[in-house]
Write a protein that binds this ligand. Structure first.
Ligand code: DSN
Length: 423
């Protein structure tokens, strides 16, 4: 689609909503403008193509399809079956896995399905601590995972801020977990899935790798894949993978039947067929050479943005990044992550506050901000823009003067305008 067609496409969509519901239409229009006019640096967000959006907004939302292709509990599933088969086959092609279940509504439900397929309440599971880069569903006490299982968190090393694999091995020997969960939502370095799988298998545990953040890199071979080493691999489909909001689980053939039963009827009822259709579209896009180029650019952008922030004096967790994301450690005495997020937001730069390893602040305040390049790279921005963005971030974080934030907002809007998004 060219820019003119994009503008027409969104105008038709918004007109349809406006005629039925002006209040929601106003919110939709404002959100589109916010996305157009600002700099989206939340590491877990991206901008989907009009094709993915159209599939999400399609008639497949009308269909109940409990079950799996050719084995449904409802009639009339012949066309949604086509969409689900395409999504499954493309996922298998993309990740080289034996089996893919594309029904999980989210990453949380993908993870829950694996727990249901592998563990009993009270079993010991391992997950990386949330403040060290892990995820809520990897055993946080407030999450179902932490409430259902005996969770032993593992940490990063204090000196390198990278996963302490030796300590993980010792913990595994000591606690003999049923399942080791690896993967992260705020970890900027390459994860050694082979080593984690070795550690798990030595102690009789299975492994679930949650690659929600790095799925795009794994798909194109720019991050080592856990698929050959781990029993289960879960992901969301909307981060670096640039598809609709949703989840997916991959596993080996011999585990497929139990996994499918865990997803449905274990955790979910009717699958979201419009989202599954959009997953199929996104996977087809990710199989194109242009997606590989996109991932290479996103990684280069992350390196440049990280190095530029370091040159400006900011301390980055683990001293850099191998991925699409980085974390500024603002320091225990510096401004909090929450203040930094608010300030940058006023300047049109969207990030999220984050805890940093060994943080003394609570997660809602945090001592860090997490920054990622998937969305700005989708817009077409490159290394020069990353250097400019680092300077904009630096100016905002170093002053309490609101006129500077407003000035930066103007510059952000000018930069965004040069990389048109949704018309
Ligand atoms: N909330 C997601 C993130 O921002 O990383 C993970 O689920």
């Amino acid at each position: 689609m060219n820019q003119h067609e994009r503008t027409a496409f969104f105008s038709i969509l918004e007109t349809a909503v406006r005629q039925a519901d002006p209040e929601v239409a106003a919110a939709l229009g404002n959100e589109r403008r916010r996305e157009n006019d600002g700099l989206e640096l939340i590491a877990s967000e991206n901008f989907v193509s009009p094709a993915v959006l159209a599939a999400m907004g399609s008639v497949m939302t009308n269909k109940y399809a409990e079950g799996y292709p050719a084995k449904r509990y409802y009639g009339g599933c012949e066309f949604v079956d086509v969409a689900e088969e395409l999504a499954r086959n493309r996922a298998k092609q993309l990740f080289g896995c034996d089996h893919a279940n594309v029904q999980p509504h989210s990453g949380a439900q993908a993870n829950m399905s694996v727990y249901l397929a592998t563990c009993q309440p009270g079993d010991v599971i391992f997950g990386m601590d949330l403040s060290h880069g892990g995820h809520l569903t990897h055993g946080h006490p407030l999450n179902y995972s932490g409430k259902t299982f005996k969770v032993v968190p593992y940490l990063v090393r204090q000196d390198t801020e990278t996963i302490d694999y030796d300590a993980l091995r010792d913990l595994a020997k000591q606690h003999r977990p049923k399942l080791i969960v690896c993967g992260a939502s705020a970890y900027p370095r390459t994860i050694d899935f082979t080593l984690i799988a070795d550690i798990a298998h030595e102690s009789g545990a299975m492994v679930m790798a949650d690659i929600a953040h790095i799925a795009g890199m794994v798909a194109v071979g720019m991050h080592p894949s856990p698929v050959p080493h781990c029993e289960y691999v879960t992901t969301t489909t909307h981060k670096t993978l640039r598809g609709p909001r949703g989840g997916m689980v991959m596993c080996k053939s011999e585990l497929a039947e139990a996994l499918d039963k865990a997803v449905f009827p274990g955790v979910q009822g009717g699958p979201l067929m419009h989202i599954i259709a959009a997953k199929a579209v996104a996977f087809a896009e990710a199989l194109q050479p242009s997606y590989r180029e996109y991932i290479a650019k996103l990684l280069e952008n992350a390196k440049v943005l990280c190095a530029s922030l370091q040159e400006l004096g900011w301390r980055m967790v683990s001293g850099g990044t191998d991925t699409h994301l980085m974390l500024i450690n603002l320091g225990a005495d510096g401004i909090s992550g929450k203040k930094a997020e608010d300030r940058l937001g006023k300047a049109g730069i969207t990030v999220n506050k984050n805890t940093v390893p060994f943080d003394t602040r609570k997660p809602y305040i945090g001592s860090g901000v997490r920054i990622g390049t998937p969305a700005v790279t989708t817009r077409g921005m490159g290394p020069n823009e990353m250097k400019a963005i680092a300077k904009l971030i630096d100016r905002v974080l170093r002053t309490e003067d609101e006129t500077v934030w407003a000035q930066v907002k103007g510059e952000v809007e000018a930069l965004a305008k040069a990389f048109p998004l949704y018309g």
